[in-house]
Design a protein around this ligand. Structure first.
Ligand code: MF3
Ligand code: CO
Ligand code: CO
Length: 261
């Protein structure tokens, strides 16, 4: 794995892109309600991104058809927004926004809840968030990449949930996906990789209520839990600094966990 740190100018671009992506997730929050379609949410995000002089990175990425990914209930990731998918009371969903602003990527996602969600689902969401933050908080100049997945697993495993292995976090900058590859579970394969100042990447654990196994639908994108139980995910873009992680996609509104109102 080849980790290329960003310089001060590049980091400023990353901050701006990250802040815009987080702002999109803030903006869409009041629109996430029973009766709305996931396509409508996508289109609102798409318009907002363009109004802010940015481009939605997923659109046409390897043939992906929409501006955002919206993954409802047992969809693990890469859910394709659809006019036929109408949110209903009790649903949980992840909205994943990646913008390209002045050539740089900002990538972040959060869980949202629709109306009254049951305790088991809320618990899954909270644990997923806590695991992401535990992973992020290991990061500083000189820390090991391995520490991230290890910290995530320490939070998730005691709850009996499954950590998805088929998809991982990633470096990003001018490109959407680059080194490092960030695993969300303890894995010694890249045990020797150390982080250094200026390296930028995402931490984005997908946590399943049941098995970690996933299934890819025939559309080539939609990833489901193999057992059709719920899945949750949060994602931040960060940069490594001497003092610790610099989270570039913090919510300007201060949103962390749903419900946000
Ligand atoms: N935003 C996703 C990630 O966190 C990637 C989506 S790729 C797409 O890496 F093509 F599905 F949009
Ligand atoms: Co990502
Ligand atoms: Co993302």
């Amino acid at each position: 794995m080849k980790l290329v740190p960003k310089n001060a100018i590049e980091l400023n671009h990353m901050r701006a892109a990250g802040q815009l992506a987080a702002q999109v997730l803030d903006y869409i929050t009041p629109h996430v309600q029973a009766g709305v379609s996931t396509l409508k949410l996508n289109d609102l995000c798409h318009a907002y991104i363009e109004e802010h002089n940015a481009v939605p990175a997923p659109l046409n990425y390897k043939g992906y058809p929409k501006a955002t990914c919206i993954s409802v209930n047992d969809v693990v990731c890469h859910g394709i927004p659809s006019a036929d998918e109408i949110l209903k009371d009790g649903d949980i969903l992840n909205i994943d926004v990646t913008v390209i602003l002045n050539g740089y990527h900002g990538d972040t996602s959060r869980m949202y809840t629709v109306g009254k969600v049951d305790d088991a689902a809320m618990q899954l969401i909270r644990t997923t968030y806590d695991s992401m933050m535990a992973g992020i908080n290991t990061v500083k100049s000189g820390s090991y990449l391995y520490d991230i997945g290890n910290a995530i697993e320490k939070v998730v495993a005691p709850k009996g949930y499954g950590i998805v292995r088929d998809y991982c976090g990633h470096g990003l900058g001018r490109t959407f996906h680059e080194d490092p590859m960030v695993l969300h579970y303890a894995n010694r394969e890249f045990a020797g990789v150390r982080l250094r100042n200026g390296v930028t990447f995402t931490v984005e654990p997908m946590v399943n209520a049941g098995s970690f196994r996933t299934e890819l639908l025939d559309d080539g994108w939609t990833v489901l839990t193999a057992d059709r139980k719920l899945s949750a995910q949060f994602e931040h873009t960060l940069a490594v600094s001497d003092n610790g992680p610099e989270i570039m996609t913090l919510s300007p509104a201060g949103y962390t966990l749903p419900p946000y109102a």
